[in-house]
Ligand binder design. Structure first.
Ligand code: UDP
Length: 282
């Protein structure tokens, strides 16, 4: 539970009014268990109510990988607890919710959610800045976005392999352009750490931590077919296409997570921190 003294003014401002069953954490990592309508309502509200002197809102996606990293790196857990929204991402989190008797209301992963928001951006004229991924991938992503969302106003972009000096230039550019949405794709926990450090000083509507979104949108990485996504086995598809370095997410992180979830359900004496209902702790 976050001590009141740790809650900054901007966090107090941002805490949405969640019902008890919407306040969750899984192994100590925050998950806002809300449905798609509520998520879009909050996101639209953040964009409409943005004010240049209160800094940017922060939106993250809690998945098995971020829960795994948070066990090793408590600062990631802290960044997530301080976000304006931490949406439920992926089938591992859904399984955990079911096992805890608090089913996840919607899988709100960034790869599905952001394209829907781009449509809203086209309708309402909201502007977007893309920061992250390899330069080549980012260019492909921009091409794809221009084809899919011709009315989307992308006011700027920069790849994510930057020196400190270049990073300052990127920040200056973002401050000048004041986009409504800033998508940060630097991988976890770097992107959450970056947003946690900079959001309060950025005249931006929402900063999203989007992980590998640009790799998917560029076509560089393929998403699983719809039927696999419906059955919650996209991870199996990713296993086949991921580069070697990422296999541990499927072979180590997911089995470890599921074992811990099953132990928590059937032998809770071994697992004390499974899922808690958090009431106004962030
Ligand atoms: N990335 C980056 N700069 C870095 C490290 C990573 O821009 O210093 C990009 C990388 O090219 C990729 C994204 O961050 O596009 C990370 O994708 P991943 O699927 O690993 O995200 P995660 O699931 O770890 O959040």
């Amino acid at each position: 539970m976050t001590a009141p003294s740790e809650i900054s003014a901007s966090q107090a401002r941002s805490t949405p009014n969640f019902a008890d069953d919407e306040n969750m954490d899984i192994f100590g990592v925050r998950v806002d268990n809300i449905d798609e309508d509520k998520a879009f309502g909050l996101l639209h509200g953040y964009m409409v109510d943005r004010s240049s002197d209160s800094g940017a809102r922060s939106v993250y996606f809690t998945n098995v990988h971020s829960i795994h990293l948070s066990q090793k790196d408590p600062s990631l857990r802290r960044f997530i607890s301080r976000a304006d929204l931490a949406l439920a991402d992926g089938s591992g989190v859904s399984i955990a919710g079911k096992m805890a008797g608090n089913p996840i209301k919607a899988n709100l992963n960034g790869t599905d959610l952001l394209p829907k928001l781009f449509g809203d951006c086209e309708d309402r004229g909201w502007t977007v800045y893309l920061f992250g991924a390899e330069e080549r991938v980012l260019k492909l992503c921009l091409d794809q976005l221009a084809g899919r969302f011709p009315g989307l106003k992308i006011v700027g972009s920069h790849h994510g392999y930057v020196s400190e000096d270049t990073e300052s230039m990127v920040i200056d550019e973002i401050k000048e352009l004041k986009p409504d949405m800033l998508l940060v794709a630097l991988g976890s926990p770097r992107q959450e750490s970056w947003i946690d450090r900079h959001a309060s000083g950025l005249p931006v509507g929402i900063c999203f931590a989007v992980g590998g979104l640009f790799d998917f949108m560029s076509g560089e990485k393929q998403r699983a077919p719809n039927w696999m996504r419906r059955f919650g086995i996209e991870w199996l598809y990713r296993l086949a296409i991921e580069p070697k370095g990422k296999w541990d997410r499927t072979f180590v992180e997911m089995p470890l997570f599921l074992t811990r979830v099953f132990l928590a359900r059937f032998a809770p004496q071994f697992v004390t921190d499974f899922i808690n209902r958090r009431i106004q702790t962030h």
